[in-house]
Design a protein around this ligand. Structure first.
Ligand SMILES: [Zn+2]
Length: 299
């Protein structure tokens, strides 16, 4: 196991929030596949006493985690159109900060669905990084040629290459967010913009659900709230332009998957809804995600 420290203070002065509950025989790539049914497995979850950052500690070795992600698959076909709308909405909001629409990078791009959206919104060249090969193979050919099957790191692209970096529901999964943000800064042009969406551990829904929240999950190595996300961006010399609650559009069936209910109850409910086609009813809710807009400062 790898000992983690607070990514903001670099200290290890923490309070335990939840004890680890990993069954020894249950860890495979399915557990590391995004948008699966939450299975409530998590590492020990702790909170930094100094800055309030919530993180998993200790976690599996980096090699083990990387292997699990390489084999993982993002099973999100059913909610793809909704995600495209949700993330597309925030890409349009980014226009308030006057982005140059030349080169955009999406980190953790899955099958590249958001890269299509960025092209539709007028970005000239779009690139992606995604370690899950199975997801990338599903990308349309003209999109796939610009997706690197890898974990994001600075040497994948030239320095000062991108005008915009987007990253949706990925930062929470990164065992070393400091190196990650440093690498983002490296490949981003001066004055370039970042658009991130993450879970918000400080959101009232997540605070109310506590350990039962679907975000208390083995995939999540760090969990940010509006304060801690700002701190870690500022630590890497990004100017945080705006932090807010993010709304998501999903089908009713997907929302039910996230409910804190037993899985058999959820599947029962979803089956009933499917018979009435209500499962595809589109519902927009702000349920515990945050969005951050930031700019690379000129030094
Ligand atoms: Zn801290």
């Amino acid at each position: 196991m790898r000992i983690q420290k607070c990514a903001i203070c670099e200290k290890n002065n923490y309070q335990i929030l939840y004890r680890e509950n990993i069954p020894p025989d249950k860890i495979n790539e399915k557990v590391f596949s995004a948008r699966r049914l939450p299975d409530k497995i998590h590492y020990q979850i702790v909170q930094c006493q100094n800055c309030g950052l919530v993180y998993s500690n200790p976690i599996f070795s980096l090699d083990k985690i990387k292997n699990l992600y390489r084999k993982s698959y993002v099973a999100y076909e059913e909610s793809l159109e909704n995600l495209k709308k949700t993330y597309g909405h925030y890409l349009r909001q980014l226009e308030n900060f006057a982005p140059k629409k030349n080169r955009l990078l999406d980190i953790g791009c899955g099958n590249g669905f958001f890269l299509e959206e960025a092209l539709n919104q007028g970005y000239k060249e779009v690139f992606g990084v995604e370690p899950g090969k199975k997801s990338v193979l599903k990308a349309k050919p003209q999109i796939r040629k610009n997706i690197k099957i890898d974990f994001f790191h600075a040497s994948l692209f030239p320095k000062n290459f991108f005008d915009v970096i987007t990253c949706f529901q990925t930062l929470d999964h990164i065992p070393d967010p400091n190196t990650f943000l440093k690498d983002c800064r490296w490949v981003l042009k001066k004055g370039g913009l970042m658009l991130f969406i993450n879970h918000d551990v400080g959101h009232i829904v997540n605070r109310f659900l506590g350990e039962k929240s679907p975000i208390i999950d083995i995939e999540h190595t760090y969990l940010f709230d509006k304060k801690t996300i700002k701190k870690i961006f500022e630590k890497h010399h990004f100017k945080v332009l705006k932090v807010g609650s993010a709304t998501n559009i999903h089908n009713l069936g997907y929302w039910i998957k996230l409910f804190p209910l037993a899985n058999f109850l959820k599947l029962g409910l979803i089956n009933i809804l499917k018979k009435t086609s209500l499962d595809t009813l589109k519902i927009k809710l702000a349920v515990g995600n945050l969005v951050v807009f930031a700019r690379k400062n000129y030094y």
